[in-house]
Design a protein around this ligand. Structure first.
Ligand SMILES: [Zn+2]
Length: 271
């Protein structure tokens, strides 16, 4: 599943091809995504100038004069800039055709992604209105997390993965950040001191920033049909390492399902 760093890398990869361009046409090949793509979307988009390509959580926001196209990659989605004469493949559900001839192509085998149009402020759209702060934004800090955690008995890992608390910190990066911060993922969110949340915030920022930086080296993949976004070649310190030894202390890595998600930690290094 694309996580925040993959989505941000996608945003950076496609943005230079879109901004300042006029939309000539939109082609819907399969409207049955997570939410149906409205049939009148092509006529709404035609002739609009793309002003910017933003991101909120894992949503990519293609901003035009008078409206925003909200795209989510779901479980298996990707956005590409194919060569103009590349015919669509199976699962290429949506194309944005620009006046320059460039195309933005949405591919999603599992169809959990979405392409939604809004003419209101996208921040007020039901998909985005309830989202917590961005993890790389300055409003996300330890006092905020500590305050939100007050009297919560949920495990800190589930707390961090709740998009109303902070957006876009998925399973892999939560495991990695908790390992770096030395916090046991099962610990109750409300029983963690402010100073430890400071470490956790720094760790979340660091793992995401490093993944985005790694993604920068794969940007060329966004301009052809061959590359897969996949996961960056970042070395994972704890995720997926069950049965292996902790890179820090050499002790065994433990694994368990927590909130139905695979959870990995080192009982010696994480408390
Ligand atoms: Zn360890």
């Amino acid at each position: 599943m694309p996580e925040l760093p993959e989505v941000e890398t996608t945003r950076r990869g496609i943005s230079p091809h879109l901004v300042g361009q006029t939309i000539r046409a939109a082609i819907i090949r399969e409207p049955r995504l997570r939410w149906p793509v409205p049939a009148d979307l092509p006529e709404k988009l035609e002739g609009r100038l793309i002003r910017d390509v933003g991101r909120r959580g894992k949503y990519i926001l293609i901003g035009t004069e008078g409206g925003t196209l909200i795209v989510h990659l779901g479980m298996s989605g990707s956005l590409r800039i194919p060569d103009p004469d590349t015919p669509p493949r199976k699962h290429d559900h949506f194309d944005l055709v620009l006046a320059s001839g460039t195309r933005l192509r949405f591919h999603d085998p599992r169809r959990f992604g979405c392409v939604v149009w809004t003419e209101a402020d996208p921040a007020t759209h039901p998909l985005l209105a309830e989202l917590g702060p961005e993890p790389l934004n300055e409003h996300f800090d330890a006092p905020y997390l500590h305050g939100k955690a007050r009297s919560r008995s949920a495990p800190v890992k589930s707390f961090i993965m709740d998009s109303r608390i902070v957006v876009g910190v998925g399973n892999i990066y939560t495991n990695e950040a908790l390992f770096r911060a030395g916090i046991d993922p099962r610990r109750q969110a409300g029983r963690i001191a402010l100073v430890r949340y400071e470490k956790l915030v720094a760790s979340i920022r660091a793992v995401l920033a490093e993944a985005i930086e790694q993604g920068g080296t794969t940007l060329r993949d966004f301009v052809n049909e061959n590359g897969r976004p996949g996961y960056f070649q970042q070395t994972l310190q704890i995720y997926g390492r069950s049965g292996e030894l902790c890179r820090r202390c050499g002790g065994p890595v433990r694994t368990e399902r927590l909130g139905q998600r695979s959870t990995y930690w080192c009982p010696k290094c994480q408390h």
